[in-house]
Structure formats: C-alpha cells, structure tokens
Design a protein around this ligand. Sequence first.
Ligand SMILES: Nc1nc2c(ncn2[C@@H]2O[C@H](COP(=O)(O)OP(=O)(O)OP(=O)(O)O)[C@@H](O)[C@H]2O)c(=O)[nH]1
Length: 298
Amino acid sequence: MSFKSGFVAIIGRPNSGKSTLLNTLMHTKLAITSDKPQTTRNNILGILNQEDYQIVFVDTPGVHKPKTALGKSMNKGVYSSMQDADVIYLVIDATKPFGRGDEFLMERIRNTDTNVFLVVNKVDLLSKEELLETLIKWQNQFEFKEIIPISALQDNNIDELLNTTISYLEEGVQFYPTDMLSDRSEDFRIKEIIREKVLYYTRQEIPHGVAVVVETKDESDTWVDIQALIIVERKSQKGILIGKQATMIKNIRLAAQRDLKQLLGKKVTLELYVRIEENWRNKENKLSELGYKEYDNE
Ligand SMILES: Nc1nc2c(ncn2[C@@H]2O[C@H](COP(=O)(O)OP(=O)(O)OP(=O)(O)O)[C@@H](O)[C@H]2O)c(=O)[nH]1
C-alpha cells in the first residue's frame, strides 16, 4: 500500500471559519474560534494520521489590510504557509458578498502555482438559490481546482473535502510522529483558551488589543495551578476587563477554568492578572516576547 502525505494551507478572510474547519477536520479543538475577526494570530498545525496518509493542515490568521505590526506579522504567517502547501483551501464565508478584501487575497492566489480549492463555508445559512449566486460570482475569479460547499460548523460535506484532498496528494514521507496532533505546546493552548474567553465576553476594541501570557504553572498528577497575565493597551480597557465588582474577570476566569479542566484532564485553579502595555501591537520586542513574530525572517 502506498503512503501519501502533504501540507494543506487553510487561508481566507477573517471570520470565514478556518479554525472551525480545522477543528472539524481533526475531530478535536486545536484552534480557538470566535465571532470576532482576527481571532487566530499564529499558524496552527493539525496533523491528521491514517494508515495510508498523513495530512498536515495549517490554520492561518485571516488575511486583512494590516494596521499594526502584529497585523503585518499575521499576514506573513499566511503567505509562508502558502509557499509550503500542496493544496490551498481558500475558505470563504458564503453569506458575504465578494469585496475588496477578497480582491487583495485573490492577487496572492493568482501568483501561486499550488492546487487551490475554493471552500465555500457556512452554506447552512443560505438557500440553494443564494448559494448558486455565490458560486457563479466566485468561479469567474480564478480557475479553482475544486469548488466544495461545506458547513464547517455542522460537519457538512467535510468527508467530500477530505477525500478530494487525498486524491491530490502524492506519495510521500510521514512528516510528524503519528501520535502528534499539533505543533503547539500546552502553554500555547492554555493562553489561547483564556484569550478565547476574553473575546467571548468583550467587544469593540478590546479583543484586538489583548494578549495572554502564562506566568507560572504548578502541578501534580491530579491538579494544576495556573497564573496568567492578560495584557491590554489602555487603562480604560483594564477597567472594562475587570468589570463592575470584578464580575467580568470572574466570568472569564470561570469559563477558562472549565475548558482548561477538559483540556488538561485535572482540577484547574486559574488566577488572572491584568497589565497595561501601551501600544504593544506596534512594539517589535513585545511581539517577539508574546510569540507573534514567528515568520519575520522568511
Ligand atoms: N453558521 C455557521 N457559522 C460558522 C461556520 N463555520 C464557522 N462559523 C462561525 O463563524 C465565526 C468565525 O469562525 P472562526 O472559525 O473563528 O473563523 P476564522 O476564519 O478562523 O477567523 P479568524 O481567526 O478571525 O481569521 C464563528 O462564530 C463560527 O462559529 C459554518 O459552517 N456555519
């Protein structure tokens, strides 16, 4: 039996459902998701192992016009994943009209010689007629190798996407050990779960201005005590995050604690602190410190 392997870059505009798709493909939650754009800030690998193939999916930040050094760094991660890919999934939100942001991304797509699939997501929100209209608009943009409508959230047509992808892969080596699901460390996943809860409970400018650092982790076989720091950009944001009588930070802490218990399989006690770092998204040293400059040397 021959063994196939390859890299699949999952790219698209913010909020199109890339991380939801990664999690559905992997049958487990590797990437956090939210209804706020620019949730994903780092590339995250999902390694799907079967007897006869290994697919390395790369979830990437949503491509957008960057306004900060953090935004620039996020876009670099996307372009780097495209260079290494055997297949690119361009994930679109089928409920959104084709816009200027899509044009920006299509310019990049037209410059690759990789197999590009148009993955039309969120079809659960559309009628058949609306879906047809979307498909007609998009297929004029580029010669996509495949056009596959899906619902990442409802696990609809994901098998078709997977089987079609396998048919494009070549015989190859196993890139990662079979027991490895992702390239991301436990600390990365802990801080992302905390950030997900901040995104869930807050709105407007707060989600974009927040970063999380795991400061200490004491543990035994049955329990773990975690102290984490939430970084914001302004004093007013700190006030909102803590909330009246500290209710906001308590909600964030309890929700994160619940998910962390599931992730780590032990009792979790989480303590959260909030610190102000003015304009951190434009400070190169802060971005490095926070793990947001992974692709700057490429
Ligand atoms: N109805 C519906 N909603 C979806 C589907 N896929 C994703 N969503 C929702 O769309 C929102 C964005 O999903 P994410 O997976 O975080 O999107 P993303 O493309 O990774 O976003 P960024 O990290 O900002 O680039 C979330 O609220 C998801 O629940 C889908 O198939 N149907």
